[in-house]
Design a protein around this ligand. Structure first.
Ligand SMILES: *Cc1c(COP(=O)(O)O)cnc(C)c1O
Length: 469
């Protein structure tokens, strides 16, 4: 499989190189040159497969030529073997024909484990073969950092540096990062905000001299392997509910357009998906585009669903590429204009196509809390605030009661106790067994000033299993 850039100017890469690449050299994002397409008979034959075996069949075309079948099978069995539920991604019923797909049974209790557990293992496999080591740098406001650290902690060939804003992440979120101890794991608390952390990651990618030749790898959702891993659970859920003999609707809480884009790809690969709903919080740039053809940068509104607090959606460019007939030059022009003006609209017929593909809704904090309370009263299921946004959108935007509606359950409610409390649900929340002693564990973290030179000096001083590069 070959991968091309959404801006059309960078060289095509194979899977192995895409895994190690961040942005393409032309500033674009990598996408498969040709999407695999499965027949309905083929999809039907996968009914009842365990998660890792289904994952092998869905993702095999994407890694073809880079990862041998036997290795890929072993990696997938290991990856999804660490999940705390035997079904890996179980469906929980809320109402007659309405479900939540629980994607929070991985080590860090959010759906990001599906991709980052796999990414860490794939990286280590490829790097061992090449005899290379890499450095990962990432910025996090919460969920991504812990999932990336958990995914990479056993990697022999990776040193990972995760920056979070000092005193600005929840205690559970901080401890999920800082209590994972290993000589290749480096938590940095920056005396600044999340944007400061992200800017330092960006600047480090732009000028990598401080790494003395060691490659820098990205783990945010622009990494193609993350999107790829997320395609699988759409197939898994749909097969459980009778696809491909019938079609399924999905509602997806999203900020960076990563998770919903994976659903869009699943449909393009042949899965009968009748409806895809983009569910956002008040940071609703995606909903503004879908409902009014205005993709305009707004200020950041902190919300009860912090993992979706974004100003721009980094994966939206992948959709724009398809909407423009895969014309990289046209996308490059649009994105350059957007960078300059903070605004983007597309031609009418392209926007009409986007509206045919997606429905959307923005849900504020008050509606989020009301939905948590509503669902708890109806069936006793406790939703986290991100999932609640998905359920609200599913209920408002649903087109057919006869079609099963699945909302992606992106996090365990114990990660967001404030929202649950504000919703007035008096259910005591406790951490799952594997995290029960989280508050007693030793923490390791370095506090650094909001200063690029200091951060880069720290990385080059510790980037080789804690020793200098
Ligand atoms: C990251 C995250 C999301 C949003 O994911 P996208 O990649 O923006 O689609 C939603 N919910 C939770 C709990 C998350 O951690």
């Amino acid at each position: 499989m070959r991968y091309i850039s959404t801006r059309g100017q960078a060289p095509a890469l194979n899977f192995e190189d895409v895994l190690l690449a961040g942005l393409a050299s032309d500033g674009g994002l990598y996408v498969p040159e040709n999407l695999p397409r499965f027949t309905l008979e083929e999809i039907a034959s996968w009914a009842g497969l365990p998660y890792h075996e289904l994952a092998f069949r869905v993702m095999r075309p994407f890694v073809a030529g880079s990862i041998p079948d036997a290795d890929f099978k072993r990696i997938l069995e290991e990856t999804y073997g660490v999940f705390a539920h035997r079904a890996v991604a179980p469906l929980r019923q809320l109402d007659g024909n309405e479900w939540v797909l629980e994607l929070f049974h991985g080590p860090t209790l959010a759906f990001k484990d599906f991709a980052l557990q796999l990414l860490g293992r794939l990286l280590d496999h490829v790097l061992a073969k090449r005899g290379e080591r890499v450095v990962i740098m990432g910025a996090t406001s919460g969920d991504t950092g812990s999932a990336a650290i958990e995914g990479c902690k056993a990697c022999d060939n990776v040193d990972i540096f995760i920056m979070h804003p000092h005193n600005r992440v929840s205690e559970v979120q901080r401890r999920q990062m800082t209590t994972i101890l290993g000589e290749n794991i480096h938590n940095i608390a920056i005396e600044g905000n999340f944007d400061d952390c992200q800017e330092m990651v960006k600047a480090s990618f732009a000028d990598q001299g401080f790494l003395k030749g060691t490659r820098l790898v990205a783990v945010n959702s622009i990494n193609w392997a993350r999107i790829m891993a997320q395609i699988v659970y759409y197939f898994h859920a749909a097969l459980q509910l009778g696809a491909p003999a019938r079609s399924i609707a999905f509602s997806v809480p999203t900020g960076n357009f990563g998770d919903i884009f994976a659903g869009y790809l699943a449909r393009n690969m042949g899965l009968p998906v009748s409806q895809l709903i983009v569910a956002t919080n008040r940071n609703d740039i995606l909903h503004r585009f879908m409902s009014g053809n205005r993709y305009d940068k707004d200020t950041l509104h902190p919300s009860l669903s912090p993992s979706m607090d974004i100003m721009v959606s980094s994966n939206f460019e992948r959709l724009l590429f398809d909407l423009h007939g895969r014309n990289g030059a046209a996308v490059g022009e649009l994105m350059n204009d957007f960078k300059r003006t903070g605004k983007l609209t597309v031609a009418d017929e392209r926007w009409t196509e986007a509206r045919r593909l997606f429905d959307s809704l923005a849900v504020d904090d008050e509606q989020t809390c009301r939905t948590i309370a509503e669902v708890f009263a109806e069936c006793g299921e406790l939703l986290d605030p991100h999932t609640a946004i998905g359920v609200r959108a599913a209920r408002e935007c649903r087109r057919s009661l006869a079609t099963p509606m699945v909302t992606l359950g992106t996090a365990h409610p114990v990660k967001f106790p404030d929202a649950v409390k504000q919703a007035g649900v008096g259910k005591a929340l406790s951490l799952p067994a594997h995290l029960a002693d989280l508050f007693e564990r030793e923490e390791r973290c370095t506090v650094l000033p909001n200063d690029l030179a200091a951060v880069q000096a720290f990385v080059s001083g510790h980037g080789n299993r804690g020793k200098p590069l």
